[in-house]
Each structure stands twice: as C-alpha cells, then as structure tokens.
Design a protein around this ligand. Sequence first.
Ligand SMILES: Cc1ncc(COP(=O)(O)O)c(C=O)c1O
Length: 396
Amino acid sequence: MGPLYAQRMSTIPKSFIREILKVTEDPEVISFAGGLPNPRFFPVEEITRAASDVLAGADVSALQYSTTEGYQPLREYIAQRYLKKKGLAVSANEILITNGSQQGLDLVGKVFIGKDDRIAIERPAYLGAIQAFALYEPLFCPVPLLEDGVDIDRLKDVLNGHRVKLFHTVINFQNPSGISYSQSKREELAELFSQHDAVVVEDDPYGELRFVGVAPQSMRSWLDGKAVLLGSFSKTIAPGLRLGWVCAKHETMDKLVVAKQASDLHSNSLCQRIVHQYLMSNDVDRHIETIIAAYKKQRDIMVAAIEDNFPAEVRFTRPEGGMFLWVTLPERLSALELFEHAVREKVAFVPGTPFFVDGGGTNSMRLNFSNENEDRIKEGIRRLGQIMKNLPAGGV
Ligand SMILES: Cc1ncc(COP(=O)(O)O)c(C=O)c1O
C-alpha cells in the first residue's frame, strides 16, 4: 500500500512564521515578526454601521448563494479605483473577488501550474506564494532581487533556458525585503515578457501604502492580458474580512472562475456587501492617509534606531512604503542564532531562510514596523543591536 497522504503535501514548507507567532503571543515580547497591520486603524465603528445598514436594507440576497465572480458593485468600485489611482482602464468583468489575495495566489497556481512546470519567483520571495504554489509541485526558479527590483539578466537566462509559466512579483514594498521596482526596471520587465509566452503575477497588497513619491506604472499597462494583478483590502481596511481580488483578462478570468467555483463557489456575500457599503459611505482615501502617516513614522523610528544601534557592517533596506524592512548581517553571522538570543531578550523577528527556496539567506532577517508602538520599536532595536555586538560568533 502507498502512503495515505498525497505526495504534494510533503513538498510544502510549514510556515515558520506561524511557529514564530507562537512566541509572540507573550505580550511582553516585542514583535517585529508578524505581517500584521496595526489594529489601531481597523475601522470598527464604520464597519459596524455598514454591516447594520446592509442587514437593515432587508436585502436577503446578502445571505443567499451568489455568483462566483463576486458582488458586482464591489467589482465596479475596484475597477474604478484602478483607473483613479493608476490610470489603468480595467473592466469590472476582469475583477474576481477572492478570499484575500492569498486565495488569488492559490487560484493562479491551480490555473497555470502543473507538476514540474517551471515558475520564476523573487529571491527572497513572499512565503505565502511559495506555500500556495508548492502545492502544485512546480520547479521553482528563484531570481535575485537587486535594490531596484529583480535581476533582469538572471531572469532573462531563466526564461531563455526553459519554458517558464509565470513570474511572481511583489512589485511595491516587497514582502519580505521592502524593495520596490523602479520605473525603468518595470519597463525592462515588460519588454522581456512581451517576448515570452508567460505571465507576470503582480501581487500588490501594499501598493496603496506609499510613504513617498508617486506610484510607478502597473505591469498591466504594458502587458495587458499577460499581467495578472492581485489586490487586497487586508492592509487598507482589515485582514479579518478576508477580501481581495484578481484582475485578469477574459481568457484567464474564465479559468480562474472555474477554479474558484471548485474551491468555494464564491466569497462571503455578506462581507462583500459590508465592505462595499463601507467604501461608499466613508472617506477611504483619508483613512489610508492616516495609516500611511503612522507607518511612515514607525518606519522612520525603526530606521533611526537601526542607525543608532546596529553595528555599521549591518546593511538594511529603507522601504518607501509597506510594512517591512530587510536586514543583512555580515555573512559569517546567522540570523537563526541571533533569533534564539533575541527570544530570550523578548524580541522576535523572522530569520531570512524560509524566504529562499534554494537555501541561503542565513545572514538575513525581516523586520515588520507596522505593528509595534514607537517606544517598543526603539527598545526592540536597541536590544537587537546589543545582542549583535555580543554574538558568540564574534559579534559584528
Ligand atoms: C505579498 C503578499 N501577497 C499576498 C498576501 C496575502 O494577503 P491577503 O490574503 O490578506 O490579501 C500577503 C499578506 O501578507 C502578502 O504579503
């Protein structure tokens, strides 16, 4: 008799971050580990009002089975926002409402990836994408990230060497590295993919959380049907709503809809209406500006504390938005070892290794700055700096 569980279950990495989050349940632990939006900005009262308005409307369809594609007014809102914020002309029919953008990743995997298909991902990559895609048993081709986006020459080699189905990119304020693609890098990426039969999966849950400058163009503006966009309400409203979307052209959309039907028929109808009602009756841009101002301040405090406390040899990114920055220790040091000492000093972060499917990254770590208050950010960084200087490997 063969094994009970499917072979693919042995290939997925267990989320190391979930394990770390157990450590951070202790309220005394200063956590830079999770990717949690700050709950101070969850619009509890506004969502309460929106929920009660939806239910008071006696619209029983809010509690009925519904279409797989999602609540039409919400799809229209998302399409209009693409036009307003990015100048992207997208039809509401190209929007599929999903259970967070995480489900979007799973559906993309289901639609594009067969066993042993090659897919290109960033190095380091978003762990949730690695997990979602791993279930479809691809061959991962990780391509290094440089300061302004992926290493195009290496990506070119990957695309020219083999048939590659897709490239997954977190184009703005990447999780985990905090890196954003420059306009010229996007142009190069577009040029490259215009020559290949592969899609760019532009995973963009953080794009609206930009602290400085203006948003560069979306890959869709060049690549049209070859770009599949993923978006989310998790970082701008609240992740517990579990609402996101995929934006794709018709042929891909048809396949995504079938895949979603098989998964869950449709996303929560009541929740979709509540979010739509919330969006219609509140100044969402102002709400997002409040989040941006707070996260920017928290980033500034973390960056200043790192400059003051970490040894000069330690390098780190200065993200222009989002929720994470990335620290690189000298190669001889291990972030896992640092982590063990840090937990004893009641500070948590995510060591870099899980973000690298091909090993490596042992001297790197991800720090989240959205979820701790200013004093705790300063204190946590101070403790980390102290530990770095006293590591048994000789310190930094
Ligand atoms: C890059 C990226 N994509 C997708 C997700 C999934 O987010 P959600 O399913 O809440 O929209 C996250 C969450 O942290 C993320 O960082």
